[in-house]
Design a protein around this ligand. Structure first.
Ligand code: DGL
Length: 263
């Protein structure tokens, strides 16, 4: 199976990392659109344009059979359009894990961290309204402008990043939030800081593993046998902190890196 995956940058590799634990016998072609990052501070029209261009590139270059939008922001702006355009392609998006958070919270107080574009999108608002009415829960939503840039610059242990997070997390600490949805695929890369600031056994929800399992099911239904080697080829459209690739994909070795001018 040939699988295309994209994100505005390296964050979507947190989804690829989960895929390497579940998917076998496949080639993953990843596009980090760092030239246009951060998506979360762009208009829905711009995000749609980037998503369409990357998808066409992946189809033309690799004849992908499955596409993973490893980006909450791109999913919000583009998945419907992509599904309409490519009905025979397996297309899986990333959405903030509010459902698992509702299942796991004890206090009923749930934090949601995401990009401005994701939180403003109607897709998120519909999801949050529908799910939060199923149980007595309160959602504390916080947009994190600038956090994706900090992470892309490799500042995942810096005091500047920590100060940003400390301010955003104040309402969640004060209100006894026990579960936080990481509604951006970059944010698992600062999980250690969020846990440290919350100083409790806060549960952090991200959906990489669920996406990988969903892909496996859909792939198998189309005849994918899930046996053999898995390779990951990473394309970037701009600058990238290469050392982060190795940090995110940890022990995974079958990784190739190539540069493309634009996606
Ligand atoms: N990883 C993307 C997401 O999940 C980040 C978007 C951005 O570049 O702001 O939303």
């Amino acid at each position: 199976m040939k699988i295309g995956v994209f994100d505005s940058g390296l964050g979507g590799l947190t989804v690829v990392q989960a895929m390497t634990k579940v998917i076998k016998g496949a080639e993953i072609f990843y596009v980090a659109d760092t030239q246009n990052a951060p998506y979360g501070e762009k208009t829905p029209e711009q995000i749609l344009e980037y998503s369409l261009s990357i998808t066409q590139y992946l189809i033309d270059t690799y004849q992908i059979e499955a596409l993973i939008l490893a980006c909450n922001t791109a999913t919000s702006s583009a998945i419907k359009h992509l599904r309409d355009m490519y009905p025979s392609l397996i297309i899986i998006g990333t959405e903030p894990g509010i459902k698992p958070a509702i299942e796991q919270t004890d206090t009923g107080k749930i934090g949601v961290l995401a990009t401005p574009a994701t939180l403003q999108g109607t897709k998120y608002q519909e999801l949050a309204n529908t799910l939060s009415s199923t149980k007595d829960v309160v959602l504390y939503e916080q947009a994190c402008p600038g956090l994706v840039e900090q992470i892309e610059e490799g500042k995942i242990h810096s005091s500047q990043t920590k100060t940003l997070l400390e301010n955003w997390l104040i309402p969640m600490k004060e209100n006894n939030v026990d579960t936080i949805v990481l509604g951006c695929t970059h944010y698992p890369l600062v999980s250690h800081m969020i846990k440290d600031i919350m100083q409790s056994n806060v549960k952090l929800i991200h959906t990489g593993h669920a996406i990988a399992k969903h892909l496996l099911l859909l792939g198998e239904s189309k005849g994918h046998s899930n046996a053999g080697d898995l390779s990951v080829t990473i394309h970037t459209t701009g600058d990238i902190q290469e050392h982060l690739i190795d940090d995110i994909l940890d022990t995974y070795e079958n990784v190739h890196k190539i540069e493309i001018p634009t996606a």
